[in-house]
Design a binder for this molecule. Structure first.
Ligand code: ARG
Length: 577
């Protein structure tokens, strides 16, 4: 634990308990008037029917000597306790946090196995910006969970099964495997899908073939499976191109498509039937999960098996729950899926709970997100109104970043520029997605995301590069200043040191709500505190050697936290730009 506010809270909790006669939260907050403000006396006074200032006084008596932590304690206003942290305390905390592998971030008290279901595009369909959001947010959640010590299984639940595959395979046969591979491999997925769909709608003979093909596919006909595999592998080749550009952790080994649950679909039906949850409605096998009704107040069914015997999206999601809990032994099931699927996932969760597949301590969590909008405030679309091609979008990001870098640092070698431009361009796209509260929509805005000012990736990356450049100019290895015990005196040194130590809380805040934007806000504040420090506290021209080393130590600490934080967001931090 490195957050000094938490340390204060922990220390004062005993004193509050002694005064209140029960366990109470001391409510420690950052404040404009002090390093930390303890607000708990107000609640306690209310409960005891006494005066809050009096409670605060009693707490100060009960807490005893805290001079190892606080250099000033003052009762203010209606009964707040204003805390000044001691410089010595900040120095030692900083030293120990920086000696810790996790930079002072607490590890998880109980290590869990988590499955994170994210990205999940559909075969023979362009990934849309919703898949981009799922990929970027999911990847950050994976990194955060692993960082605090959980075991994470990534699952890319691609849509690779179901009735459309009849028409897709027939279309593949029509145009020939090579042409199809060509179209899909270069990412013309929507074109391929559209042609198949058009034929299906216009041509009865084709429709018949498509229907027969689905039966062959579900029956495991080897030739049909071979054709199906071509569709899947050519599409995933394109997805991988996007993942590589995006610099995310997903690989082919993480693909667990809908098709991989085939063998579990019949058991899902059987087990639901045994549990007496299955009912027949309009010829289909359905479950009516408790608490779901349509607009007219009628119970809403979750369709498990359609009248024609085909299984549904919900069936594979129920199979997923069984697989993730019973085979993988996961106790945290995270779904990074757009907000419109909230009802579907909630119905799946309810059914899985009713049938007993999901039971505490196993937890299912829908990490929902909003839409990406264009400058017109509507869903982001390409100029001609199609789905935006993600590969092209990411390439444009790199191009724009290349231009920005050329302007900012014309002396950089071409090789280095292309590497840095990649980190900045992709970082900008990812950060603009991650830095808004995920449940809200956001506007995709090139100018803003690539700006070197404000809460953007380039601003943070630039701050990091500046920190690194101080060492280059000083001609000192960063590791060489790590044994120094820093002296924290100036108000900007104090502010920066406290901020660095709060990395701990920032990571946990982001993780507790699966909200990476909280970490973004923290990193932005860190970069801002660094700027203020750097403007007011000379580092290379410090008054004494000791002060110089101490400030270099602080710069190194800030750089490490910034780099680590960006890494948890899946964003690279170049040392020079
Ligand atoms: N393929 C789906 C889509 O594109 C997302 C799947 C999400 N994961 C899940 N287990 N349902 O909307």
């Amino acid at each position: 634990m490195s957050d000094p506010l938490l340390a204060v809270s922990e220390r004062f909790a005993w004193a509050f308990a002694a005064v209140a006669g029960e366990v109470v939260d001391p409510v420690v907050r950052p404040s404009d008037h002090a390093d930390a403000q303890i607000n708990g006396a107000l609640g306690v006074a209310k409960k005891l029917g006494t005066n809050p200032r009096q409670v605060a006084e009693q707490v100060l008596v009960a807490v005893g000597d805290v001079s190892d932590m606080c250099s000033g304690l003052e009762i203010a206003g209606p009964g707040f306790i204003n805390v000044t942290l001691s410089n010595q305390f900040l120095s030692t905390q900083l030293k120990s946090a920086m000696n810790d592998q996790c930079l002072g971030v607490r590890v998880a008290p109980i290590r869990l196995t988590a499955v994170v279901d994210y990205s999940a595009p559909n075969v023979a369909k362009e990934m849309h910006v919703g898949h981009l959001r799922s990929t970027v947010i999911g990847d950050s959640i994976v990194r955060l969970l692993e960082f605090v010590g959980h075991t994470v299984i990534r699952e890319n639940h691609i849509g690779d099964w179901g009735t459309p595959f009849g028409m897709l395979i027939e279309h593949l046969i029509d145009i020939g495997q090579n042409t199809a591979a060509q179209e899909l491999g270069v990412g013309d997925l929507d074109g391929f899908y559209r042609e198949a769909r058009n034929k299906f709608d216009a041509d009865d003979a084709f429709k018949e073939r498509a229907r027969a093909r689905v039966v062959l596919l579900q029956g495991g006909d080897p030739d049909t499976l071979h054709l199906w595999r071509t569709l899947v592998s050519e599409s995933t080749r394109y997805f991988n191109q996007v993942y590589q550009l995006l610099d995310v952790l997903l690989t082919d080994a993480d693909i667990v498509g809908e098709s991989s649950y085939n063998d579990l679909l019949a058991p899902v039906v059987e087990r639901l039937r045994e549990a007496k949850l299955l009912e027949v409605s309009d010829g289909a096998d359905v479950v009516f999960p408790a608490g779901f009704t349509n607009r007219d107040g009628d119970p809403l069914p979750l369709i498990i098996r359609k009248g024609d015997g085909g299984y549904n999206y919900a069936t594979s999601d129920l199979a997923c729950v069984i697989d993730r809990v019973e085979r993988l032994g996961a106790s945290l099931l995270i779904y990074v899926v757009g907000a419109p699927q909230a009802q579907h996932l909630s119905m799946v969760e309810t059914v899985a709970t009713q049938v007993g597949w999901l039971a505490p301590p196993v937890q299912m969590m829908h990490v929902a997100f909003g839409n990406v909008l264009g400058s017109d405030g509507k869903m982001l679309k390409s100029r001609v109104g199609d789905t935006v091609k993600l590969a092209a979008l990411l390439e444009e990001a790199v191009e724009r970043a290349t231009a920005a870098i050329a302007q900012k640092n014309p002396d950089m070698s071409e090789h280095e520029r292309s590497q840095v431009a990649h980190m900045i361009g992709i970082g900008a796209v990812k950060y603009s997605d991650l830095s808004t509260d995920r449940v809200r929509d956001y506007v995709f805005d090139w100018e803003r995301m690539l700006s070197f000012d404000g809460n953007t990736a380039p601003y943070l990356q630039y701050a990091h590069a500046r920190m690194c450049s101080i060492f280059r100019r000083a001609g000192i290895e960063r590791t060489a200043v790590r044994s120094v015990m820093p002296t924290i005196l100036d108000p900007r040194e104090r502010a920066l040191a406290i901020r660095v130590l709060q990395f701990d809380s920032a990571v946990w805040d982001a993780l507790d709500r699966y909200s990476p934007h909280r970490l973004c806000t923290y990193l932005y504040e860190l970069a801002t505190d660094f700027t203020a420090f750097y403007e007011h506290c000379p580092v290379l021209k410090a008054d004494t050697d000791e002060q110089r080393l101490s400030r270099l130590n602080l710069c190194d600490a800030a750089a490490r936290v910034l780099e680590c934080g960006l890494n948890l967001l899946g964003i690279r931090a170049p040392e020079q730009m």
